[in-house]
Design a protein around this ligand. Structure first.
Ligand code: NAG
Ligand code: NAG
Ligand code: NAG
Ligand code: NAG
Ligand code: NAG
Ligand code: NAG
Ligand code: NAG
Ligand code: NAG
Ligand code: NAG
Ligand code: NAG
Ligand code: NAG
Ligand code: NAG
Length: 773
């Protein structure tokens, strides 16, 4: 009886109360604070703000004018804004010309919660929104005197960066039906991934008859028509204006990539007439509670930490978008996901955590990747609006597939095709898409610099991003080795193991920096190394030898070949000093946000670095530096993540830090850190990983609880005592600084940590594997 009560309380717990939907919306985090009704929902309904200077990547900016509330967004992305399409904009009074800038200031900050968002405009109009997976709901409160809702098919999020990545509206269709609802289609192109034209269909209802409803069209701000015409179509801007003489008006809008009819079915099915805002937002928060937040439960009570935990879980599930049944390009029984943004960002921390927390969605996402290869010839590194691109480094879906394979994911994944897709990346040079920002080779998909990789075993400066691509291609080839080995393809396994070591060909043993020698540097066709300062990366961008990371950083990035890397770097003691150097301030002038620290918490090539001390028997230093990064660069506020979220990548780095483990993608190894609190992680098929934390004094034999009000067991986090004193895995003492997937994830398990204020050499066992060394 009491067990039953405890369980039902746990199941109905409202973790969504801890979520700060504005966490990471400021200082470049680019998070989307609007409504996403369920994990991976296709509709992400929120405000579009402009101040005419700054790109609003997710639509939201804290300062600027509201230009509409649209149904499609990405969360936590960079490059250039994508989507911001299918919008409504409420306007006070009549609208003489719907083509002029209708942007309106807000009267104060927006309010948001899981499943709910509210904006108050300076003119007195209040907009509240909720949503479902394929439809959105608007509730307007108008001041007396009448108001209108403008539906502008040409509305998109603009880019002000001048890099040629701005979206274009190119065509549309808009019609007002006899019963007063509207339907249509918008066609758009470009954005960061240089996409060709793509279509979205929409279908909108108002709950009360409009006092007038008119269509409009025109170019620029010059009206070509505005009035009774029921339909408009073509390249001109167009849409409708619906006027009301009421205090509250609600509207329901569905979208579909297939047809307007399907968009109508989506809204009628998911938001039938009469549905209330409250019902929709309650349904959304209970879905998030049961499908996401309840996956990690804890006895921790500090609300700041709970906010970081549940907001991070929320932030990692906003994209990709589940577009199963909404793929306009081909018919298939496979699931379909879009808005992969990008594997370059996600493969280290996000996809391994997705595997743990959402095994069903994860398997669908893998199948979708392979199905994209089946129908388009290449796996995406990134994809949005049904189009692959861009590829920043290697073909990192290879890493994602390898990670799934070595951890035993089989299910409905066709691994024959999965491996064939990886082999395409490894053997077929993608056609050059002639991207103006890097003309040398494809930025769309695959491995553009493959000709050099195959010919020399390294990448010459003929290719942009030569060194960082070479390091990534090695990791990709290691992924092929892992899957080939599992599929008993012996020759391929040996070949790709060989190729996975080619990062070594960029290692110039005499390149020196800060008294350390040996770094990965540019290398010419004649075999000689280019003179290069390991603290420089040019602009660190598309045309440069290293992409978004210094040579220092990329020289730590062969995580499959660590033993060899440590030898090259001068052995364990020198390697330890070298790693420590990464965290010293005042060294790298290029890294302004870190005060000159080479380690960059805001960028993925740095993600694994703090944990590498585990490879030289200094687990305590991994704990020290990773905890320092987590506490110094993350918080529970609007600027709570260090730079761009990168589609949740930053959030998942933090979550692994809280869990006390760090995945080595493509291997079954997890490096051990230090958990923030006791927790239960729900795994597939009802299994659990239970992690307990007990605080002790520095003498591991004398366990004393630090908490004053609960002396028997203190599981709450401590910012002062976080060094591992001892560990038991599945009840047995553990002396390795790593575990394998099979130890605690495959069948579930327990990890019992004793933590204390002073470092202790507890990890005296076998070092983590270096499979390519
Ligand atoms: C915001 O809109 C107001 C008019 O409502 C206008 O005066 C102001 O310039 C706009 N500001 C921006 C940043 O667009
Ligand atoms: C536009 O918004 C950004 C981000 O909030 C801010 O940094 C910038 O100062 C704003 N610019 C103007 C002109 O308001
Ligand atoms: C916009 O509204 C904010 C308050 O929400 C106010 O601080 C700001 O001055 C307003 N901007 C303009 C241009 O009126
Ligand atoms: C999009 O518009 C820009 C100008 O705003 C133009 O340079 C570019 O060619 C257009 N892209 C496409 C794909 O039509
Ligand atoms: C409006 O612009 C489109 C696209 O640039 C052009 O094809 C069309 O002729 C223009 N129509 C008018 C009425 O100016
Ligand atoms: C909660 O955690 C935060 C972040 O670690 C810390 O600053 C704060 O002091 C803690 N609050 C309490 C009441 O322990
Ligand atoms: C993805 O969407 C399809 C179609 O709506 C649905 O059947 C499937 O369960 C969804 N996947 C997840 C993980 O929610
Ligand atoms: C994998 O897909 C291929 C076609 O792409 C098919 O021939 C093969 O039978 C599939 N394998 C399995 C195990 O379903
Ligand atoms: C691996 O590389 C070595 C040295 O480059 C070469 O001798 C060997 O044949 C290669 N093995 C395979 C299986 O490619
Ligand atoms: C390099 O080593 C020398 C001799 O030990 C020392 O004087 C110098 O300060 C070191 N330079 C740096 C950048 O650490
Ligand atoms: C190798 O090629 C580079 C670039 O063309 C050139 O600067 C260098 O002198 C060459 N080295 C040798 C040894 O030929
Ligand atoms: C893990 O914790 C849950 C919830 O506290 C409990 O029901 C379960 O028995 C524990 N499992 C193990 C293996 O300790």
């Amino acid at each position: 009886m009491s067990l039953f009560v405890a369980l039902s309380v746990a199941q109905s717990a409202d973790y969504s109360q801890y979520v700060n939907v504005f966490l990471g919306t400021e200082n470049g985090g680019n998070m989307f604070p609007g409504v996403v009704a369920a994990p991976f929902a296709m509709v992400k309904l929120g405000p579009d703000v402009t101040n005419f200077t700054t790109d609003a990547y997710s639509g939201y900016l804290p300062v600027g004018n509201i230009t509409g509330f649209s149904l499609m967004h990405e969360s936590g992305t960079g490059g250039a804004p994508k989507y911001g399409v299918v919008s409504q904009m409420p306007v006070l009074g009549a609208v003489p010309n719907p083509l002029v800038d209708l942007g309106t200031n807000r009267s104060g900050p927006d309010q948001g919660a899981v499943g709910y968002y509210k904006t108050s405009l300076a003119n007195g109009i209040i907009i509240e929104v909720a949503a479902t997976e394929h439809a959105g709901f608007y509730q307007y409160t108008f001041p007396a005197g009448g108001a209108s809702v403008v539906v502008d098919v040409s509305h998109v999020l603009n880019s002000f960066r001048g890099l040629g990545w701005g979206q274009n509206y190119t065509n549309g269709r808009f019609g007002i039906m006899r019963d007063g609802h509207y339907e249509g289609r918008g066609t758009y192109n470009n954005g960061w991934n240089l996409a060709p034209n793509w279509d979205i269909y929409f279908c909108g209802y108002f709950d009360a008859p409009a006092t007038s409803s008119r269509t409009f069209s025109g170019n620029g701000t010059t009206l070509a028509s505005y009035g009774r015409a029921r339909f408009t179509t073509g390249k001109m801007r167009q849409g409708g204006v619906f006027s009301f003489n009421r205090e509250t008006v609600t509207s329901r809008v569905g979208i579909s990539f297939i047809s307007a009819e399907r968009a109508c079915q989506n809204v009628q099915k998911e938001i039938p007439r009469g549905t209330t805002l409250k019902t929709l937002s309650n349904t959304a928060s209970s879905r998030w509670n049961s499908e996401v937040f309840s996956k990690i439960t804890t006895t921790e009570t500090n609300s700041t930490i709970l906010t970081q935990l549940y907001s991070s879980l929320y932030g990692m599930h906003l994209i990709p978008s589940n577009r199963t049944g909404e793929n306009p390009l081909w018919k298939s029984h496979e699931p379909y996901y879009d808005d992969v943004f990008t594997q370059w960002d996600l493969f280290r921390c996000s996809t391994p955590l997705m595997h743990v927390l959402q095994p069903a969605a994860y398997e669908e996402q893998l199948r979708s990747l392979i199905d994209i290869w089946r129908h388009e010839g290449f796996l995406p590194d990134a994809r949005s609006s049904n189009y692959n691109g861009r590829t920043q480094g290697g073909s990192n879906s290879d890493n994602v597939l390898a990670d799934a394979y070595v951890k035993g994911v089989r299910g409905a994944v066709n691994w024959t095709d999965g491996y064939a897709a990886m082999r395409t990346d490894a053997e077929v040079t993608p056609p050059n898409n002639n991207d103006p920002i890097a003309l040398d080779s494809s930025t769309k998909e695959g491995r553009g610099a493959l000709p050099d990789w195959l010919r020399y075993g390294y990448i010459t400066p003929t290719y942009s991003r030569a060194v960082s691509r070479a390091v990534e291609y090695s990791v990709n080839d290691f992924g092929l080795r892992q899957v080939a080995m599992g599929l008993n393809l012996g020759a391929d396994s040996a070949k790709y193991l060989n190729r996975s070591r080619n990062w070594r060909n960029h290692w110039n043993p005499v390149a020196s920096s800060l008294n350390f020698t040996g770094f990965v540097v540019p290398r010419y066709a004649n075999g000689s190394f280019a003179p290069y300062d390991p603290l420089q990366c040019g602009g660190c961008y598309w045309k440069d030898p290293y992409y978004q990371g210094l040579p220092w950083e990329y020289s730590f990035n062969a995580h499959h070949d660590m033993a060899h890397l440590i030898d090259l770097a001068g052995g364990p003691a020198t390697f330890t000093r070298r790693l420590t150097k990464m965290f010293e301030p005042g060294i790298a002038p290029a890294n302004k946000v870190t005060g000159g620290m080479i380690f960059n918490p805001a960028n993925e090539p740095s993600f694994t670095t703090p944990y590498l001390f585990n490879f030289v028997g200094r687990q305590d230093l991994s704990v020290y530096y990773s905890r320092m990064v987590a506490k110094k660069y993350y918080n529970a506020g609007r600027s709570g993540i260090p730079g761009n979220s990168d589609a949740g990548a930053m959030q998942t780095w933090l979550l692994w830090n809280m869990i006390g483990l760090y995945p080595l993608t493509g291997q079954s190894t997890f490096l051990i850190g230090s958990p923030w609190f006791s927790q239960t992680i729900a795994l597939a098929a009802g299994k659990t990983l239970n992690i307990t934390v007990t605080h002790t004094n520095t003498n591991a034999n004398a366990t004393v609880a630090r908490s004053s009000n609960n002396s028997s067991s203190n599981s709450s986090s401590s910012d002062a005592a976080y060094y591992v004193q001892s560990l038991a895995v599945n009840g047995k003492p553990w002396t390795k600084a790593w575990i394998a997937w099979s130890d605690v994830f495959e069948h579930g398990g327990t990890m019992d940590f004793a933590l204390g204020a002073e470092p202790v050499r507890w990890a005296t066992g076998e070092l983590p594997p270096s499979p390519a060394s």
